[in-house]
Ligand binder design. Structure first.
Ligand code: HEC
Length: 109
């Protein structure tokens, strides 16, 4: 019984040490403060690879209408092939923000 209890406590501690995955509610996706922060992140670190004026072929032009927010968040957080991972560079809040911005109507590559 005591061992079981220790196991439970350990699981809870390790789970909370990891980042919780964002839920991306409709409210968050239209939150102006996330949008503003995401726009700033985009201009500072993403546009020079993904933007309209970036060197052709450097990175794909994003097609947000074909994405789900969780997927974008995962790519931004963990990277993929030549797409850098931003986990250690941007806070979770910043990674959520840039996802919100990309998924928004005001997104302009
Ligand atoms: C050094 C250039 C570079 C930078 C900087 C960069 N990316 Fe990327 N990104 C890439 C490349 C290359 C891919 C394509 C990876 C693949 O699928 O092989 C990619 C893929 C993606 C994808 C998936 C697109 C798709 O349709 O497959 C998303 C979303 C994305 N990047 C978002 C971002 C965001 C947000 C930032 C800024 C935080 C960013 N990227 C910064 C190079 C970059």
């Amino acid at each position: 019984m005591r061992l079981l209890l220790i196991c439970c406590v350990f699981t809870v501690i390790t789970a909370s040490a990891e980042e919780s995955l964002p839920q991306f509610t409709a409210r968050q996706l239209s939150d102006p403060s996330y949008l503003a922060e995401g726009r700033a992140v985009w201009h500072s670190q993403c546009r020079h690879c993904h933007g309209r004026s970036a060197y052709p072929g450097k990175a794909p032009h994003l097609k947000p209408s074909t994405y789900q927010p969780d997927w974008v968040y995962d790519r931004v957080t963990n990277g993929f092939r030549k797409m850098p991972a931003w986990r250690d560079i941007f806070t979770q809040r910043q990674r959520e923000s840039v996802t919100v911005y990309i998924m928004s109507e005001e997104f302009q590559p």
